[in-house]
Write a protein that binds this ligand. Structure first.
Ligand SMILES: *Cc1c(COP(=O)(O)O)cnc(C)c1O
Length: 389
């Protein structure tokens, strides 16, 4: 039985944050750019913080955006949230607001994240460290040297390594640092990093939260104090989402639980079928008992997600040929939508890394990353079987 004061996630997805409208719309309407006041005194009351109210859209003081943010906060069990124009915009604002003393990135991460932490932040004089999962013994020393922000993705992209959020949060906190978790791959349906001890959660809402490959947005969730510290950076970098995008994202969030649970079940079936295929050397999926992170994932996640990575027997060209022959899986970057997608990481998301660095990260040319959509799983398995030949 669900307590009505803390409704279950599926209920929060539908109802949290919705603003009643004068015409009886069940959903928050799209409010556009600016808002009129009855007097200059009323303007000053909002500008000087004595009153809350809508003011100007880039500030985020817009009901379409604030309604979305209330829903986003509810999904991660957070006090507060900020919506952004993209996932990278959310990450950049966090690093600039809270990571200037130094950032440590643990494990593999999205290609753009690796570039931002590895190149742009150091160009601003911010010390950063990219640390792989087998180098975790160096975390305490990196924190003692002054880093104040630890960032990780779990399961990671594209090797689906699973990290222990509670254990890493405890180590960060012991030295006064914050833990930020990119929860894009898992989605709030499968993992709640804040409940496990993380301080902030970041999402590329372009992926599962948006869920239809028809919008670009980002999200950040955490305590009111941390969110307030990031807000001026979003405001003045100008990376607030458009209200039309905010409304489209809120529309998508209402079906998040139904979508992700179906994708979890389909990915599990496909992973099991591919693990038995003679042309597949290895399947990486946290839901398979053979996956090195399976036990940890079973403990810290409520579902294993819709992403899996295949290693095809043969070289990169053999894997390219399989990708080229798939018909239902579109060959496209991105993930988390209703349509299934395939990428070869060495030609797309991780193309920017030198080959030696890809090898160090376990990213082989024969890897194909699948994002499982909402098609009938038997049709997807048939497509993979015909492409594998
Ligand atoms: C796509 C992605 C990002 C970047 O998000 P954008 O919306 O493209 O800016 C960050 N992290 C992960 C895990 C992603 O998949």
């Amino acid at each position: 039985m669900t307590d009505v004061t803390t409704p279950a996630l599926a209920t929060r997805c539908v109802h949290a944050g919705e603003l009643a409208d004068a015409h009886g719309s069940p959903h928050t309407p799209i409010y556009t750019t600016t808002f009129a006041f009855p007097s200059t005194q009323a303007v000053l009351d909002v500008v000087e913080g004595r009153a809350t109210g809508s003011l100007y859209t880039r500030y985020g003081l817009n009901p379409s955006i604030q309604s979305l943010e209330a829903k986003l906060a509810a999904l991660e069990g957070a006090e507060a949230a900020l919506a952004f124009a993209s996932g990278m915009a959310a990450e950049a604002a966090v690093f600039l607001a809270l990571g200037r003393a130094g950032v440590v990135c643990i494990g593999d991460a999205y290609g753009g994240t690796l570039e931002l932490i590895g190149e742009q932040l150091p160009a601003l004089g911010i010390p950063t460290r990219l640390m792989l999962g087998d180098e975790l013994d160096q975390l305490d020393a990196a924190l003692a040297a002054g880093a104040r922000l630890v960032f990780l993705e779990t399961p990671s992209n594209p090797v689906l390594e699973v990290f222990d959020i509670a254990a890493i949060a405890a180590r960060a906190h012991a030295q006064g640092a914050l833990l930020v978790v990119d929860n894009t791959f898992a989605s709030p349906v499968n993992q709640q990093p804040l409940a496990l001890g993380a301080d902030l959660v970041v999402h590329s809402a372009t992926k599962y939260l948006g869920g239809h490959s028809d919008l670009t947005a980002g999200a950040l969730m955490g305590s009111k104090a941390l969110i307030e510290a990031v807000w001026p950076w979003r405001k003045n970098l100008g990376t607030t989402p458009a209200p039309e995008t905010a409304a489209l994202l809120a529309r998508s969030l209402r079906t998040l639980v139904a979508r992700v649970r179906t994708q979890n079940a389909s990915a599990q079936r496909i992973a099991e079928a591919m693990a038995a295929h003679p042309r597949v050397a290895r399947v990486r999926y946290p839901g398979l008992p053979a996956h090195p992170g399976h036990a940890l994932a079973a403990r810290q996640m409520q579902g294993f997600g819709g992403m899996l990575t295949l290693e095809i027997k043969g070289d990169g060209a053999a894997a390219s040929q399989v990708a080229d022959r798939l018909r239902l899986f579109a060959l496209a970057p991105s993930l988390g939508g209703v349509e299934s997608l395939v990428t070869q990481p060495c030609t797309t998301t991780h193309h920017g890394l030198p080959p030696a660095e890809r090898t160090r990260r376990g990213i082989t040319d024969s890897m194909l990353r699948l994002s499982v959509g909402l098609e009938e799983p038997e049709d997807l398995i048939a497509d993979l079987n015909q492409a594998l030949g």
